[in-house]
Design a protein around this ligand. Structure first.
Ligand SMILES: C[S@@+](CC[C@H](N)C(=O)[O-])C[C@H]1O[C@@H](n2cnc3c(N)ncnc32)[C@H](O)[C@@H]1O
Length: 445
């Protein structure tokens, strides 16, 4: 079975430890909720489990309220209404680690030269000063999802990097408190996951538009936006590409030649549509994720009934899952996560350069299903199978005795749809791709 990218290698314990430390030092847990503390207190992360039941309950209430806000769909995630700014602690304990896991999955799923990403450290870290430096930007960082995923991804590079680079991470968000949280999270995580590495953080409390219009220095090896495109209103009504271009062009302009722009969104129809708008604006730069081609998306149709996304399994007991269920009364559990991503390299021309390679093969873009042909549905670009009158009713209308019941046809093998290098959809048997095939890469062209 193809290996789900990143499985088992995500530094969950280190992330949970860092987030627990920040929860305990940045917030006062009390009857009325987790109140923000301006002067952080010191408390060891191990004390999280020892919080009184009522503190766990209020954390659970925050998480439950955020979950309802996110799933009800009635909430506008415009800046003023973004629930993240009202329930920091709940976001930190539940949603942030899942966003980090999603971004990690995209970074880990890129076609790295040599397969593990070590080439990036050579390609992107110009020697200079005391250490080679990896310069990255997290735009709309919130409490630090993209930066944390980048550190998690660097932390799992095979041990023995000759010289771990200095990481210079620019954080931009218009929310001051989330920016402070991002800093605290990144420090705590780097201490645990990357001991001995040097981290330099540069926070900017300002709007993304203002930052992009400023003459802030570029030269980034990586620029990441996690769950921000909706709030940047990338998708103007009617899928006009003007707004997307106005954001994507200056973003790509901040990258060094060969640098990576990574966008991660929820695996929803809306997330896909945002990424489609960004994709149009970024072509003809080579697409590293998710597409095996640079042509029109074969899933695209005006009503968008299927969309390209990935499903990744959640490790059991991820971050605070078990504690949250046992102590905080959180009633839901995500066994898998959906995500939509887009990653392009900033090079002229359509082929990737080091630290990436062109990847042969295709990508599975559906869940297992009955063959469309078997179900009588139209093939893409084909005709619907003719609908024949059921035998029993034909016989009845002719006045003949009803024939013996026809046994059900043998169950047909389930199939998945693959997006091919030619930009078409092809049916493949589902069996080899496991329980979460969406987003799995297949060597078959
Ligand atoms: C849904 S949150 C995602 C946060 C984080 N990237 C994550 O994945 O957890 C969106 C973030 O974008 C920020 N944001 C929204 N519009 C922005 C803008 N115009 N300029 C800068 N930040 C913005 C919000 O303050 C919020 O922190």
């Amino acid at each position: 079975m193809p290996r789900p990218a990143g499985a088992g290698r995500f530094p969950t314990a280190e992330l949970a430890g860092a987030l627990a430390e920040v929860l305990l030092t940045r917030f006062r847990a009390g009857r009325e909720g987790f109140r923000w503390l301006d002067a952080p207190v010191k408390a060891p992360a191990a004390e999280l489990a020892g919080l009184p039941d009522r503190s766990w309950r209020v954390l659970g209430q925050e998480i439950q309220a955020l979950h309802e806000a996110y799933t009800e769909g009635g909430v506008s995630f415009a800046q003023a209404a973004n629930p993240i700014h009202r329930r920091h602690a709940g976001y930190l304990a539940y949603f942030l680690p899942r966003n980090v896991y999603r971004v990690f999955h995209v970074l880990d799923g890129l076609p790295w030269l040599g397969g593990d990403g070590r080439a990036a450290v050579q390609a992107w870290c110009p020697p200079g000063g005391s250490r080679p430096t990896l310069r990255a930007l997290d735009l709309g960082c919130g409490p630090g999802a993209f930066g944390l995923a980048l550190l998690a991804w660097l932390a799992r590079l095979p041990a023995g990097l000759a010289a771990p680079p200095r990481i210079e991470l620019v954080l931009v968000d218009q929310g001051r408190q989330v920016l402070a949280l991002a800093e605290a999270n990144l420090w705590a995580f780097a201490r645990r996951a990357l001991p001995g590495w040097e981290l330099a953080l540069e926070p900017h409390a300002e709007g993304a538009e203002a930052y992009l219009a400023s003459d802030a220095p570029g030269g980034f090896a990586l620029v990441g936006l996690a769950f921000v495109l909706n709030e940047l209103k990338l998708l103007a009504p009617g899928r006009s590409d003007k707004r997307a271009r106005r954001v994507m062009e200056p973003l790509a302009g901040l990258l060094r030649e060969g640098g990576l722009l990574a966008l991660v969104e929820p695996g929803t129809r809306k997330g896909y549509m945002h990424l489609m708008a960004a994709r149009d604006a970024l072509l003809p730069r080579p697409i590293l994720y998710p597409c095996p081609h640079g042509g029109p998306c074969p899933l695209w149709e005006p009503r968008v009934s299927q969309w390209c996304h990935a499903t990744v399994a959640m490790p059991r007991g991820f971050c605070f899952d078990d504690l949250l269920r046992a102590r905080a009364g959180v009633t839901f559990r995500m066994r898998d996560l959906n995500l939509a991503g887009l990653a392009v390299q900033n090079v002229r021309g359509g082929s990737p350069l080091a630290p990436f390679v062109a990847r042969p093969g295709s990508r599975i873009v559906s869940a297992p299903m009955a063959s469309r042909e078997a179900a009588g549905e139209p093939q893409r670009g084909g005709r619907p199978a003719p609908k024949s009158q059921p035998r029993a009713s034909r016989a009845a209308s002719a006045g003949a005795p009803a024939p013996a019941p026809v046994p059900p046809p043998p169950e047909r093998p389930r199939i998945v749809l693959a997006c091919t290098p030619a930009g078409a959809l092809a049916e493949r048997p589902a069996a080899p791709y496991g329980p979460f095939p969406r987003g799995v890469w297949s060597a078959e062209g």
